[in-house]
Design a protein around this ligand. Structure first.
Ligand code: SF4
Ligand code: SF4
Length: 261
């Protein structure tokens, strides 16, 4: 029997939630484990961070100089590199520090800031090395991870979901929380992939899957203001999880300028 494809799951600056989404595949993961060798997946047991692999899944952003060097090694040793989650694809929540003086924050929080070795800015993986496929979400959806893995194993180009969450609401017959309750839903500019789970449970989408293709952030900003949000509250909606993604960063800056002006 030929060698099975080798797969690694790497962690950078992150909360481990996307690796958990991977693990939560349950029985499907056991089936995948019969098709591939997980040679590095510390959360599941296998540890060999310098292994040469066919597919490397990467969780987390680049936050330290050690990580900046490590991602280069991962890239050199991987045929395909797939980012999983908001941290890896856009910098994640920790990228909020890019807006301020990170050193001042560290000095304000820690008694011994000299022990903290960190870069001033957090960057997504694609800012450091070429990435073959980006899977968004906080956390990433296990179904998408599995679909990407299957596509790569069988030599098929993975499908990138680019629709807006609103379309997913319509497909599953969910009542629109913005239209019916005036909730400040981010669905009109957010990439689907989650299955529109928040609106299905009566709450507004908070954009954890990042910007959708051709998202009209200016129009949504005006709508959110029309619903009573002050410009700084509109900026906060864009900043939340994927605020360093260019489309959301620009929308947040535009809203903030109204406050400053
Ligand atoms: S994208 Fe969200 S769930 Fe995934 S590692 Fe980052 S913070 Fe955690
Ligand atoms: S609830 Fe949000 S995501 Fe769903 S249709 Fe309304 S605006 Fe779009």
């Amino acid at each position: 029997m030929p060698d099975k494809p080798r797969v690694a799951v790497h962690k950078f600056s992150s909360c481990d939630g996307c690796q958990l989404a991977f693990l939560n595949l349950g029985e499907a993961l056991l089936e995948v484990a019969q098709l591939v060798d997980f040679v590095h997946f510390a959360e599941a047991g296998a540890v060999d961070p310098d292994a040469t692999v066919d597919i490397a899944f990467v969780e987390g952003g680049i936050s330290t100089s050690d990580e900046a060097a490590r991602i280069m090694r991962v890239r050199e040793r991987s045929r395909w590199l797939v980012t999983i989650g908001a941290c890896a694809t856009a910098g994640g929540i920790q990228a909020l520090r890019n807006m301020h003086d990170a050193k001042a924050w560290v000095a304000g929080v820690y008694a011994h800031p000299e022990y903290v070795s960190t870069l001033d800015r957090v960057t997504p993986i694609a800012a450091a090395v070429p990435v073959d496929l980006e899977l968004w979400g906080c956390p990433v959806n296990g179904r998408q991870v599995l679909a990407a893995l299957r596509s790569l194993l069988y030599g098929v180009a993975p499908v990138q979901e680019q629709d807006k969450v609103c379309l997913e609401c319509k497909r599953r017959g969910s009542v629109c929380v913005m239209v019916t309750r005036g909730a400040p839903c981010m669905g009109p500019v957010t990439r689907t992939g989650c299955g529109a789970i928040c609106p299905a449970f009566g709450r507004d989408c908070y954009a954890c899957y990042g910007p959708a293709e051709n998202s009209n952030t200016a129009s949504l900003s005006r709508r959110l203001e029309g619903l009573g949000l002050a410009p700084d509250a509109v900026a906060a909606r864009f900043r939340f999880i994927n605020g360093a993604a260019p489309a959301f960063d620009a929308a947040a800056r535009a809203a903030s300028e109204k406050t400053d002006g």
